[in-house]
Design a protein around this ligand. Structure first.
Ligand code: FA5
Length: 344
């Protein structure tokens, strides 16, 4: 039967062609030439309508078997191609992880904010403070409620907030860690808590949406404003290694009473006025105050027995003041030319 021979020769041809393809794409194209919708084997089956029942049986069986054999062949060739590909790629991409690296000027360095954070940590640990940590995703209770921003307290508007879909928020200040300290530590204690904070606010020369703070909290008996001022002055003189001009003015934060803003004379313009200090000559750096009795109570302490002070230092602005950086956006820009100026 001529058709039977045709089918057999199709398989012989397929074997030849498919075994010599170079990649999977070629394999798929060639496969279609034999068993695709318009393939050679499919075309032959189309003429079977005119054959006798007996011939149809024989040819149908042969065609089905051939189709199966070609499919198997395609599968085998595909596996072979894949293995070859992995072998070649592995050889080409091999690298020796133990080979010594030639050190070059492309070495990374510690970010200036991390450098200054380490300095602040060293200063405070030498003063007997321990270091605490807290999560960046916080509860409304720790970030606001337990800090006396109850309900719709208008002071919430001073810290525009990113909320998560599960009812939590990205902490707007490290003061959230005050609440954790009060609940978990036994007074008296002295802690600092450095960390990244987030605010939904407009970015300008001195405001970022993501920045770093160091919280400080001291709780003990008879803690006074004198302790607070002494600690702040020690910090600033250690950091700047020179006398810097500061001013203390009343500041409102619901979790301290009294509250202060400790401003530093702008070191970018030496007090003359520039875009960093909004032309005032002063920069808000270190808000602070005595812990509000209500906050101590929320934290489970008796406010008649315990007192304390707290502060929240803006680390990015501290870096700006130290190096005279006139725009906060440089700090987290990832600009290597900028970062290379602070090797460590
Ligand atoms: C607070 O965040 C209070 N939790 C600080 C505090 C702690 C007060 C303990 C009293 C007691 P404030 O929003 O002012 O306060 O931020 C504190 C510092 O963070 C500022 O002085 C400033 O240095 C820095 N800061 C605030 N907003 C930004 C911002 N958008 N970009 C960069 N630094 C900022």
């Amino acid at each position: 039967m001529a058709i039977l021979e045709d089918i057999q020769s199709i398989y012989a041809e397929a074997e030849n062609v498919l075994n010599s393809v170079a990649n999977e794409e070629e394999l798929d194209n060639q496969k279609n030439l034999f068993i695709g919708k318009k393939g050679k084997l499919t075309n032959i089956l189309k003429v079977m309508g005119s054959l006798s029942v007996e011939e149809k049986k024989t040819l149908g069986k042969e065609a089905n078997e051939t189709q199966k054999k070609i499919e198997e062949l395609v599968q085998n060739v595909r596996t072979k191609l894949k293995n070859e590909f992995y072998e070649v790629t592995l050889k080409q991409e091999f690298f020796d992880v133990l080979k010594p690296v030639k050190l070059s000027d492309k070495r990374g360095s510690i970010h200036p904010v991390s450098q200054i954070q380490a300095e602040v940590e060293a200063i405070f640990t030498s003063l007997g403070f321990s270091i605490m940590d807290g999560p960046e995703v916080e509860t409304d209770e720790n970030n606001f409620e337990a800090l006396n921003f109850t309900g719709d307290h208008p002071a919430r508007d001073t810290q525009d907030t990113f909320y998560t879909t599960d009812g939590k928020l990205l902490r707007t200040h490290t003061s959230a860690i005050q609440v954790r300290a009060l609940r978990n530590l036994k007074p008296p204690f002295r802690i600092i808590a450095p960390g990244r904070v987030f605010r939904y606010e407009e970015v300008d020369a001195s405001h970022e949406t993501t920045f770093y703070q160091v919280e400080g909290m001291v709780v003990g008996k008879d803690i006074s404003i004198a302790h607070l001022i002494y600690t702040m002055e020690t910090l600033l003189s250690e950091i700047f290694k020179e006398k810097v001009k500061t001013r203390l003015r009343p500041g409102y934060f619901p979790f301290v009473e009294p509250g202060f803003e400790l401003d530093i004379q702008c070191l970018v313009c030496k007090g003359k006025g520039c875009s960093v200090c909004k032309h005032s000559g002063w920069l808000e750096l270190l808000p602070c105050g005595l812990v509000h009795p209500q906050v101590l109570e929320y934290g489970g302490l008796d406010s008649k027995e315990w007192t304390g002070f707290a502060f929240g230092l803006g680390l990015d602005r501290l870096v700006m003041m130290r190096y005279g950086i006139h725009d906060i956006r440089y700090l987290h820009s990832g600009n290597l030319r900028f970062l290379k100026q602070f090797p460590a």
